[in-house]
Design a protein around this ligand. Structure first.
Ligand SMILES: [Zn+2]
Length: 445
């Protein structure tokens, strides 16, 4: 099969698995959906939480030089004037004169100024601002227009003084925020890769101006380590230095971390050197002194900023793509068939343990329920007693559950259970009293 077909197929397989098993559903589906919006189901929300918690632990809790913050989704519109978003956060939009399809100019093949849908002639490009507008309060006049934030960054910049005053942090230090952002993309698509509503995990790291190069390198390394933790293979990661002229209006150096998706190589995360662009503009527009005073030299200056940005949904998507495997596995009758398994890093798996009584017989169910309740307070667990044990193992493989605990008739006699490992499919017989330790050793890393 040609590479392109395999890749196309791989994306469809992931989208279909995500829907079938309750990771991701099309948004507003019973009404025919809403262009490229998605809802996260029971497993999806667990996985998303795992990503955000792991990230927060790594970049905020485990670092003495970081603080967390959570700022409002809607801010004073002057913020977006100062940040340059009102003026510059645009995409060039063209429209087909015949079928009225709309495209981003830079998506048309080089030099071809024709409609991608029907080949018809297109209009001159006009600048389309990507911020969503709405009205704050009951009147719909110009004065009450606000914007949904297109990035979480500005909420951090406008709180710079509050953080300095309340935490007495010295440079270098960073602020981190996880939260939703909104961009009215002209052409969203590729499942959860590009959506109009998405979640960011973002850091603004404040430094002395002459430290920017070493800090930039530090964060590049940190981003690589995070990707490794997420289970992403190095050979599908690329660091793309964005040339001058293509960088965002605030950036003096940007590296896009790209990933080899089934639909082609494209951006995953970004690392930008924002200089003092944001603090300088907020100081000018707000009239507030946002300078930092160096306690040693007494000097007052505006810190510079390194900004690593991680998308939650893109992390989710690459983790799914990387974890997905089709393997040949033996069946109960000595044949072999294909098993689908999500080989997530254990911390990422939405369900950590499945408890499976060998049959639905009352005394087995009762024992299995008892074990299920015993570990439920420590791990996300599932209890399943329908269908054959082989089919239940495969169901758990398909959602990436690292351990299955089986309760059989011997259990009632010897107080032992069978633990099956997702990756090796090896089974081990252990005492019920050992189970908590057994799981702790293997899952709490
Ligand atoms: Zn057209």
């Amino acid at each position: 099969m040609k590479n392109k077909e395999v890749n196309q197929n791989r994306m469809e397989v992931i989208v279909s698995l995500a829907k079938r098993r309750g990771f991701v559903f099309p948004g507003s589906e019973i009404y025919g959906g809403l262009a490229n919006s998605w809802d996260f189901g029971p497993l999806g929300v667990l996985m998303k939480q795992n990503i955000k918690q792991r990230w927060w632990k790594r970049f905020v809790e485990q670092r003495p030089d970081m603080v967390g913050i959570e700022t409002a989704l809607m801010m004073n519109p002057k913020v977006w004037q100062a940040s340059g978003h009102l003026e510059n956060f645009n995409d060039p939009l063209v429209e087909c004169k015949k079928c009225h399809s709309r495209f981003r100019l830079d998506q048309l093949p080089d030099g071809k100024k024709a409609c991608l849908a029907c080949g018809g002639p297109i209009t001159e490009p006009k600048q389309f601002n990507l911020m969503f507008k709405t009205f704050f309060g009951p009147s719909e006049d110009q004065a009450s227009t606000v914007y949904f934030r297109p990035e979480t960054a500005q909420g951090m910049f406008v709180n710079f003084k509050n953080i300095i005053d309340t935490t007495r942090r010295r440079l270098p230090f960073g602020m981190a925020q996880v939260g939703k952002a909104f961009r009215n993309e002209i052409t969203p698509g590729n499942f959860i890769f590009r959506t109009r509503e998405f979640e960011q995990m973002e850091i603004e790291y404040f430094i002395k101006p002459d430290a920017w190069e070493s800090s930039f390198e530090h964060w590049l390394v940190e981003m690589r380590l995070w990707l490794k933790d997420l289970g992403v293979a190095e050979e599908r990661i690329y660091e793309h230095e964005i040339p001058e002229g293509e960088r965002a209006h605030y950036s003096r150096r940007t590296v896009d971390i790209e990933y080899e998706y089934p639909f082609g190589r494209s951006e995953l995360y970004g690392l930008a050197y924002r200089t003092d662009f944001d603090l300088k503009n907020h100081m000018e527009k707000s009239g507030q002194d946002l300078r930092y005073s160096d306690s040693e030299t007494g000097e007052k200056f505006l810190p510079h900023v390194i900004e690593p940005t991680f998308g939650v949904e893109r992390s989710f998507l690459v983790a799914l793509l990387e974890a997905y495997r089709e393997e040949s596995a033996p069946t109960a009758d000595g044949e072999s068939d294909t098993r689908v398994v999500l080989k997530f890093p254990k911390w990422l798996a939405p369900i950590k343990v499945a408890v499976l009584p060998l049959s639905k017989k009352a005394n087995l169910s009762e024992k299995a329920q008892e074990i299920f309740r015993m570990i439920l307070s420590d791990y996300s667990c599932e209890y399943d007693e329908t269908q054959s044990i082989g089919k239940r193992y495969r169901r758990q493989d398909e959602i990436g559950t690292p351990y299955c605990v089986t309760v059989d008739f011997d259990t009632l006699e010897d107080q032992q259970i069978t633990v099956r490992d997702r990756d090796t499919m090896k089974q081990e017989r252990i005492a019920i009293t050992e189970l908590k330790n057994y799981l702790q050793e293997r899952l709490n890393s």
